[in-house]
Design a protein. Structure first.
Ligand code: CAA
Length: 257
């Protein structure tokens, strides 16, 4: 199996699992991954998803070059559409996604991590968009998301050179939130995920929706959307419970409705 879905309610782990190819993503893996993301999106018991790679060498070493080498332009377009659909499904999922980058995140692997809401890295993480070294531009969103995550001049340098960036540089340029020893990475990702999952589930979903909407539609539209979501929260029991718990000096019990 090329992608493993592990449920640890309220968390889920999606593990890219093709270690003999450094978790390189072929059409089959992408389809399995897309199906798993959609399955989780429909599951209200899952509040946060962690995306990581199997083995200790790679998150994902990119799109499968062996599969791509002989593609026609039409097949390349379909492959880009599928990879982009996976990244879009992560962005549009109701749950926050944490990329736990445990090794190489190259090309399509880096693009998957960029689509996640939060990136954590192990000391062994290596990021790059090496597509230009293979004679192609990025195809799963790297040219669009990298300049939205790190400053555009730095994104340009990385995209035009294909240069690799280690974990500490990734931290310095804001590509990742934190760097941990490899053996701690998953547990730290789980800790962060549990911290998110302890909050009001509707509130977290609405917040992700607002952040994503504003990044794509600009400040004015984003503010209008945020007010609507804010008002919507006042139709929920979680709003009453969260505020009453504060006033009564106790921990809230959120029911997600
Ligand atoms: N596609 C297919 N196979 C891959 C692969 C990929 N992206 N990355 C690694 N592999 C395979 C290797 O061919 C090798 O297979 P064999 O054992 O059968 O020879 C196996 O995984 C192990 O890799 P290496 O022997 O190369 O391991 P290494 O330690 O010497 O090097 C590496 C590791 C630096 C990651 C190197 O494998 C590498 O450069 N991989 C390609 C990275 C890359 O260019 N990714 C971008 C792809 S393009 C893309 O993603 C387009 C897009 O925007 C969607």
């Amino acid at each position: 199996m090329s992608v493993r879905l592990e449920r640890e309610e309220p968390l889920a782990l999606l593990v890219l699992d093709r270690p003999e190819r450094l978790n390189a993503l072929d059409t089959g893996s992408l389809r399995t991954l897309l199906a798993a993301i959609r399955e989780l999106a429909a599951d209200e018991r899952i509040r946060v998803v962690i995306l990581t790679g199997a083995g200790d060498r790679a998150f994902a070493a990119g799109a499968d070059i062996g599969e791509m080498v002989e593609k026609s332009p039409a097949e390349a377009l379909a492959f880009a559409e599928l990879g982009q659909a996976v990244c879009r499904a992560i962005e549009e999922a109701p749950q926050p996604y944490i990329a736990a980058v445990n090794g190489y995140a190259l090309g399509g692997g880096c693009e998957l991590a960029l689509a996640c809401d939060i990136r954590l890295a192990s000391e062994r993480a290596v990021f790059a968009q090496p597509e230009v070294t293979l004679g192609i531009p990025p195809g799963w969103g790297g040219s669009q998301r990298l300049p939205r995550v790190v400053p555009p001049g730095i994104a340009g340098e990385l995209l035009y050179t294909g240069r690799r960036v280690g974990a500490q540089e990734a931290l310095r340029i804001g590509l990742v939130n934190a760097v941990y020893p490899a053996e701690e990475l998953l547990e730290r990702a789980r800790e962060l995920a549990r911290q998110i999952a302890a909050n009001g589930p509707i509130a977290v979903r609405l917040t992700k929706a607002a952040v994503r909407f504003g990044l794509e539609h600009g400040l004015e539209a984003g503010l209008a959307y945020e007010r609507q979501l804010f008002a919507h929260a006042f139709t929920t029991g979680d709003q009453r419970e969260g505020m009453r718990a504060f006033l009564e000096k106790r921990r809230p019990t959120f029911l997600g409705r």
